[in-house]
Ligand binder design. Structure first.
Ligand SMILES: *Cc1c(COP(=O)(O)O)cnc(C)c1O
Length: 422
């Protein structure tokens, strides 16, 4: 009866006092290297620490935009502001609806509130956890002005169908690519399928200057408006003390630009490394009953892998709750987390409508504002089932990935013991 119970110290889960599978660390993030230090020093010595068209900022904007297939880039202070500037440049505001996915970071939806428009949540697809085009189509009303798909975890949303929908209904497509630096769809990098592409360079992201953001577009006129918003409402043709529209100070600094320019040079190699690591994990984790790595659309030609995601089925682990499973992996030396624990629409800001609803121009009786009653079944399931491994872990070696698989196998074999100990 007890033959299957772990007995040796190596078999005992680290969570219950056994020896962890791994005691070594993981690749450090943010990446501190000679290139980054040199970049910051150069920016400091150049003596221009920040300017709307500073030399480092301009060079980085051009390089990042052209890498992603767009004509213009605009370096801004963060990804939230990048989205707000895209929306404002399109003239989206009070009285307008913008469709966003339920499974995403807060900012995708709060940026919409930031310009006084109304975020309308739509469900995600069951395979890749990205905005579901069918759900988008069902959510379109005469007041819809834009769709913001998120390339979640680095996997592009269905840009073919979303772009078609945008054209068919006359909507703006704004790509939230905060998870998808360098990701590509049918061989073309994300960010230029929509009228705007937006990125974040916050500390956890695959390129980072601690904070920062980027807006790209190939539309000359929209690029000028975006520039104006990020530079206190000035215009390129106007004088320094000439503020024609309501903008703000949203500029990326020369220090941030210099670091990011250095990082851009490493992006291709890192993308390849993460793809390779993900293949090792896909193979190894899929062999463990109850773990199912998320699939990949064949049109996703480069996965950005901001996160490595797999489904966890507690029934295959004797009922061990997901949070206990990730805690057991953590104890084995493996960084893993349950990700977004509830659909975004359940956050107090939406569910209790803790925002200025009058500013949005929508009456409280308007059905789309009744976030508390919203049900997004696929989003809810992902919130309950997914496990995330962060991107920097994927910069490790094949042997490092093997440790993750070994740890998951160990927790699987010890599931009953873990359940009993709870
Ligand atoms: C990080 C993130 C943002 C916002 O970026 P900040 O730089 O933190 O403002 C937007 N969308 C998604 C999906 C993100 O993960």
């Amino acid at each position: 009866m007890t033959a299957t119970r772990p007995t040796t110290d190596a078999d005992r889960p680290a969570l219950l006092g056994g020896t962890p599978v791994r005691s070594a660390g993981w690749p450090a993030w943010p990446p501190v290297n000679d290139a980054a230090v040199r970049a910051v020093t150069e920016a400091a010595e150049a003596g221009i620490w920040s300017a709307a068209d500073g030399p480092m900022k301009t060079e980085f904007e051009r390089a990042f935009a052209s890498y992603h297939g767009a004509r213009h880039g605009l370096g801004v202070c963060n990804g939230t502001i990048a989205l707000e500037i895209a929306l404002k440049s399109l003239g989206i505001g009070s009285g307008d609806e913008v469709i966003v996915p339920g499974y995403t970071f807060l900012a995708t939806a709060t940026s919409v509130l930031g310009v006084n428009a109304l975020p309308v949540f739509a469900d995600v697809d069951p395979e890749y956890a990205c905005l579901d085009p069918d759900a988008v189509e069902a959510a379109i009303t005469p007041r819809t002005k834009a769709i913001i798909p998120v390339h979640l975890a680095g996997h592009p949303a269905d840009l073919d169908r979303l772009a078609d929908l945008a054209v068919k209904h006359g909507l703006a497509l704004i790509e939230d690519a905060a998870h998808a630096h360098g990701a590509s769809w049918r061989g073309r990098r994300v960010g230029s399928f929509g009228i705007f592409g937006c990125w974040s360079f916050q500390a956890s992201k695959n390129m980072t200057a601690g904070e920062g953001g980027m807006v790209v577009t190939s539309d000359d006129e929209l690029a000028e408006r975006a520039w104006s918003f990020h530079h206190c409402g000035r215009s390129r043709a106007g004088a320094w003390y000439d503020h024609g529209i309501l903008g703000g100070n949203y500029r990326l600094t020369e220090f941030q630009s210099a670091i990011l320019l250095a990082q851009l040079a490493d992006l291709d190699e890192q993308l390849e490394r993460r793809e390779r690591s993900a293949r090792v994990l896909d193979e190894g984790l899929a062999r463990i009953t109850g773990l199912t790595p998320l699939g990949r659309d064949p049109r996703c030609t480069t996965h950005g892998y901001h996160l490595y995601q797999f489904r966890y089925d507690p029934n295959a682990f004797g009922g061990l709750p997901r949070e206990r499973f990730t805690a057991a992996l953590n104890a084995e030396g493996i960084p893993a987390s349950p990700g977004y624990g509830v659909p975004l629409d359940r956050q107090g800001v939406f569910a209790q409508r803790r925002f200025d609803q009058r500013a949005t121009g929508f009456d409280p009786s308007y059905p789309a504002t009744d976030y508390g009653r919203l049900h997004l079944p696929v989003t809810e399931r992902f919130c309950a089932e997914l496990v995330w491994i962060p991107q920097q872990v994927l910069l490790g070696s094949d042997a490092d990935m093997a440790d993750i698989v070994t740890a998951a196998e160990k927790v699987s074999a010890a599931a009953d013991t873990l359940v009993e100990a709870t």
